[in-house]
Design a protein. Structure first.
Length: 377
């Protein structure tokens, strides 16, 4: 899927066309009047509706209405025509389903208009004041002696709220801090606690691989990573090399874990005795990715074989002659459960009525036969 190429477009640039004057809002977007927008410090991605006929620059910035207020986001080109990076809405839904429930929020809000020059100037002015707000919040945290660390501040474009992201080991009572900040900035204050991985998503830039941090660019669902994944992939166990900017294990260790797990099941365990075309031996080492197994023979000689050369144990060799199919088993007759005493009591009157009707029918037939046998005078 090519959504990674489209979604990685920097703010203010053209996303899917080399022509800066090209507009979205054609073809399929008239049938599905929605577009995907990336917004916020945590790089949320949501599907936003817009009025039919509205046009905006492909990959440009738009003013949107979200549950947090009025914001400026980067439109991710999805259904515009005339470019090689265009993908359909069905493809986007399938990609979001495979990536996780939190990757894309459908029906997130609506697009109000394309961001004008005044809007962009106002956005830059707000960003220049963020550092001052963060320093003021840290000063108040020190004043109230709160066990927390403020890591980032986000001022929504419309001025509806200011969001402070902080880290803390335990629950913090910051009610007085919120009152002081609301009294100073005259807007709604929101305190949001984040972990080490979310801090890296907000502040980190590049990783040791030379690429931007995955959590900052495209990774939305931060799933747990274990040291077992690093051991299976034969990665170094040096914490300084397998840890990311957040101090935790790198998220990229999980990308190939499922493939390693499926290939690991195809190889015998270390210490197991196996049969090969070269003879029997004990597994002393193995390579999961290349599917190679190193065995030690009886004469202490070590050889390397591929997984396809491993023979099944004696007595378990399957017969190549096809076996006749088994005849279908007849369906078992279901036995009716025995009636309880209460059920028998309830069915007793019904049985009596059936017996009375049978006796009445027999007596009528007897009377009719007697009438037929009686000679007429």
């Amino acid at each position: 899927m090519r959504i990674a190429e489209v979604s990685s477009v920097p703010l203010g640039s053209v996303g899917c066309s080399s022509d800066p004057n090209e507009r979205c809002g054609h073809a399929l977007e008239k049938i599905y009047p929605t577009a995907v927008v990336r917004y916020g410090h945590l790089k949320h991605i949501g599907e936003f509706a817009y009025k039919p006929g509205m046009k905006f620059t492909c990959g440009g910035q738009v003013v949107i209405q979200t549950d947090r207020g009025i914001e400026i986001g980067n439109q991710v080109s999805l259904t515009c025509t005339g470019c090689s990076k265009s993908i359909s809405r069905d493809q986007m839904q399938a990609y979001a389903k495979n990536s996780g429930e939190t990757y894309l929020d459908f029906k997130r809000g609506k697009i109000l208009r394309e961001a004008s020059t005044d809007d962009l100037h106002e956005e830059r002015r707000i960003r220049t004041q963020v550092k001052e707000k963060l320093e003021r919040c840290n000063a108040l945290v020190a004043k109230h002696n709160l066990p927390m660390k403020t890591v980032e501040c986000e001022h929504v474009f419309g001025g509806e709220r200011i969001i402070f992201y902080f880290m803390a080991d335990n629950r913090v009572d910051f009610r007085q801090l919120v009152r002081d900040l609301a009294q100073e900035y005259h807007t709604r204050i929101e305190m949001r606690q984040v972990g080490a991985r979310d801090e890296a998503r907000l502040l980190a830039d590049y990783e040791t691989c030379g690429q931007e941090c995955c959590c900052k660019t495209f990774l939305k669902t931060l799933k747990p990573i274990s040291m077992r994944m690093a051991k299976m992939q034969k990665a170094t166990l040096d914490p300084s090399k397998v840890s990311g900017r957040c101090g935790r294990l790198k998220c990229c260790l999980r990308y190939e874990h499922e493939t390693y797990e499926s290939m690991d099941k195809k190889l015998p365990k270390i210490g197991r005795s196996i049969r090969t075309a070269h003879g029997e031996g004990i597994v002393v080492d193995r390579q999961i990715l290349t599917q190679l197994v190193q065995i030690e023979m009886d004469d202490s000689k070590r050889i390397t074989v591929v997984a396809e050369d491993i023979l099944p144990p004696e007595g378990e060799i399957e017969d190549a002659t096809p076996k006749p199919p088994k005849p279908p088993t007849p369906p078992e007759k279901k036995e009716e459960p025995a009636l309880t005493a209460q059920q028998e009591t309830d069915e007793a009157p019904a049985k009596k009525r059936r017996r009375r009707r049978k006796r009445s029918r027999r007596s009528k037939r007897k009377v009719e036969r007697e009438r037929e046998d009686t000679p007429k005078e």
